[in-house]
Design a protein around this ligand. Structure first.
Ligand code: ATP
Length: 216
């Protein structure tokens, strides 16, 4: 199996004498699904952000398809992140001036997909997530759970090689959470996309291939 994402000796220091983690090695193959678990405040979101290249580690390096993200030119890194990465943040980060449908279409349009294809893909995902009636709604009128599902659709729509998700079902009732998780895992498997998911749910973690439990 080829390694898609490799973290070597990753460390995050939060004060002079406090490290959240240090010397962390992770290798993730294409299509592999990893759950990040551990108590609140242990550093899961911090690690996810480092793995996604959204933040720089205090030590160590991150390779994507064998290339060190840090030494990559900025425009190449940006292009890679847009094309190959999908994100579901805890705070959703939807664009307030765009409708739900437009928000989901954005990654496809940035990637150069024709507008009708982007629309079709976005609609298919929104429908699967029970949001067929919300296409034209702006984020401000959507509930937390609805926004979270729009964010999930946006993370998958451009068929990234890897999806980073921070508690992607945290705001959903058990039935909707199950539906969203099912869609996330299935879509990643269909596209041979890797998945790194922070979760407090044992049931959610059990669906994935591997788990990494952070402790103090
Ligand atoms: N740059 C930083 N400077 C200082 N402290 C930080 C920094 N980044 C993270 N921390 C601290 O590190 C700890 C881990 O935070 P993080 O959000 O990664 O935890 P978590 O495991 O995801 O928690 P939760 O499950 O509650 O979301 C927290 O105490 C946070 O305040």
């Amino acid at each position: 199996m080829t390694t898609l994402l490799q973290a070597e000796g990753l460390a995050r220091r939060v004060s002079t004498d406090r490290w959240l983690f240090r010397g962390l090695n992770i290798a993730l193959a294409a299509g592999e699904q990893l759950a990040l678990q551990g108590a609140s405040g242990v550093g899961k979101s911090t690690l996810l952000n480092l793995l996604a290249g959204l933040d720089q580690p205090d030590e160590g390096r991150l390779l994507f398809e064998g290339k060190d993200l840090k030494v990559m030119e900025e425009d190449k890194r940006l292009h890679l992140r847009r094309a190959a990465f999908g994100f579901v943040f805890q705070a959703f980060h939807l664009m307030p001036h765009l409708t739900a449908l437009q928000n989901v279409m954005v990654p496809c349009l940035i990637g150069g997909l024709p507008i009708d294809q982007a629309k079709e893909r976005a609609q298919t995902l929104l429908n699967a997530l029970g949001l067929a009636a919300a296409y034209e709604q702006f984020p401000v009128v959507l509930s937390g759970g609805e926004q979270q599902r729009v964010a999930l659709a946006r993370a998958l729509v451009h068929r990234p090689k890897i999806v980073f998700a921070d508690e992607p079902t945290g705001n959903l009732d058990p039935i909707t959470a199950n539906l969203a998780l099912e869609l996330l895992c299935r879509t990643c498997r269909e596209n041979n996309a890797a998945l790194v998911m922070v979760t407090h749910s044992e049931k959610a973690a059990e669906r994935l291939d591997r788990r990494l439990v952070l402790t103090n």
